[in-house]
Design a protein around this ligand. Structure first.
Ligand SMILES: Nc1nc2c(ncn2[C@@H]2O[C@H](COP(=O)(O)OP(=O)(O)OP(=O)(O)O)[C@@H](O)[C@H]2O)c(=O)[nH]1
Ligand SMILES: [Mg+2]
Length: 416
């Protein structure tokens, strides 16, 4: 597998810092994930420090005593920087930089860095660069010194390995230029959406935590050939494919960017139109990695993110994926789902059931009819085929005998 970044002469050795509010498990789970994120960028983790505090210190993130402890660990491990598990305010960034004299980073910066390395389409690239520049614009004074300490690495690379702008005025110009470009692209997306609506094709959005198996599901259902990788945020750009079901029915499946805890606000803003694919969908398929010990909190985060995107009142089907990898057989629940199903997308297990569920959903708003259509009215059968589900057709002397599920509009057009 190709390395995401060429590190050249630069090796980042980083200490992770987390503040545990209430119970220590959460912060350690979150730091485990942060470690994975940091390693995805190509940097190394050389230590971890947790502070058990109810709330984050507004001035320095951790308390003063902890700063001394971090300084000592930096010396012992020869670390080049630290990564805090929450987004740092401009003041926290500056103060930590003053106190520690190493590169100061946070979870947001790391996630933005990964997104920058993953972006492939022009829309994705613009969205990421916008999020990066907005993050940067409000933190220039602290960040300027901190980033220049190593002259590269996390936080300095934009999409396509381009160096990110540092000058305040140029950042402003670039942001407004990118916003303009994004608007043009999004107009195009609106047109595509409107066309889909006109076609009357139902849309299913595949959502879920990063690495849950969303792209694998899309690929195995439709031969889409979307990159599936055991990596965080393998997919950034939404991919939509048609799935053909029995009875000539068609449905659109859209795979999008995965969710993660503490998804940076700037990123949600910048990726709003991508993330909103779920909002315009008729149904939500929630893919869960049920072999992951953090499954419950991951599901919780997916629902929080959907709430934040105002995706509501949709039918949710939860697919508990990676059954083949599970080590226990605890029963699985999801109280927010209308239906649940256990599958192994990679092994093609349970995918027929997924298709059955889709067929059922598509029938929900349709009426079952058995009619004989005279040969002179045969044109209507095209419409039945396109918007409904034609189960059978048989040529009889009086015309064509059909059995079908049709939507209300088509029902009204059928001859008696
Ligand atoms: N064992 C097992 N592995 C699976 C299964 N489904 C997916 N995977 C693996 O899980 C990893 C992530 O799969 P993806 O389909 O890329 O996950 P994703 O949800 O699209 O992830 P992002 O695009 O990063 O958000 C890949 O290595 C897949 O091969 C499964 O049913 N069983
Ligand atoms: Mg994916």
């Amino acid at each position: 597998m190709a390395e995401t970044f060429e590190l050249k002469d630069l090796e980042e050795r980083l200490i992770l810092v987390g503040v545990g509010e209430q119970n220590g498990d959460d912060v350690n789970e979150s730091l485990d994930e942060l470690k994975e994120l940091v390693e995805t960028t190509g940097a190394n983790v050389c230590g971890r420090i947790v502070q058990n505090l109810e709330t984050i210190n507004p001035g320095t993130y951790v308390g003063t005593g902890k700063i001394a402890e971090i300084a000592q660990l930096i010396e012992e491990t020869n670390a080049t920087g630290i990564v805090c598990d929450d987004e740092l305010s401009p003041a926290q960034l500056r103060n930590l930089d003053d106190a520690l004299n190493v590169k100061i980073m946070d979870r947001t910066l790391v996630i933005l860095d990964i997104f920058a390395s993953r972006a492939t389409t022009s829309e994705g690239k613009i969205q990421v660069e916008l999020a990066q520049l907005k993050y940067r614009a409000s933190r220039l004074s602290g960040l300027g010194i901190s980033m220049s300490r190593l002259g590269g690495g996390i936080g300095t690379r934009g999409p396509g390995e381009k160096k990110l702008e540092m000058d305040r005025r140029l950042i402003r110009d670039r942001i407004s230029q990118l916003n303009k470009e994004l608007k043009t692209i999004q107009k195009h997306r609106d047109v595509t959406r409107a066309q889909r609506e006109k076609n009357n094709m139902p849309v299913i959005a595949i959502v879920g935590y990063t690495n849950a198996g969303k792209s694998t599901l899309l690929n195995h259902l439709t031969n889409a050939e979307v990159l599936e990788e055991d990596k965080l945020f393998a997919t950034l750009d939404p991919t939509t494919r048609i799935l053909e079901l029995e009875g000539n029915q068609q449905v659109l499946l859209t795979d999008t960017v995965g969710f993660i805890r503490k998804l940076p606000h700037n990123l949600i803003e910048a990726f709003k139109s991508t993330l909103e694919e779920a909002k315009y969908a008729d149904y939500i398929f929630h893919v869960v990695d049920s072999s992951n010990p953090q499954m419950d909190s991951q599901m919780e985060i997916v629902y929080q993110t959907l709430d934040e995107l105002e995706v509501k009142d949709k039918t949710v089907i939860t697919l508990f994926n990676k059954q083949d990898k599970r080590t226990d057989d605890e029963p699985l629940h999801d109280f927010r789902a209308d239906k649940i199903l256990q599958i192994s997308a990679a092994k093609n297990e349970g995918l027929d059931k997924v298709k059955d569920i889709i067929s059922e959903l598509l029938r929900e708003n349709k009426i079952y009819v058995e009619r004989v259509i005279s040969y002179s009215d045969a044109g209507i059968i095209q419409l039945v085929r396109k918007q409904g589900e034609l189960i059978s057709e048989e040529y009889v002397p009086e015309g064509i005998a059909i059995k079908a599920y049709v939507p209300m509009e088509v029902y009204g057009k059928l001859p008696d």
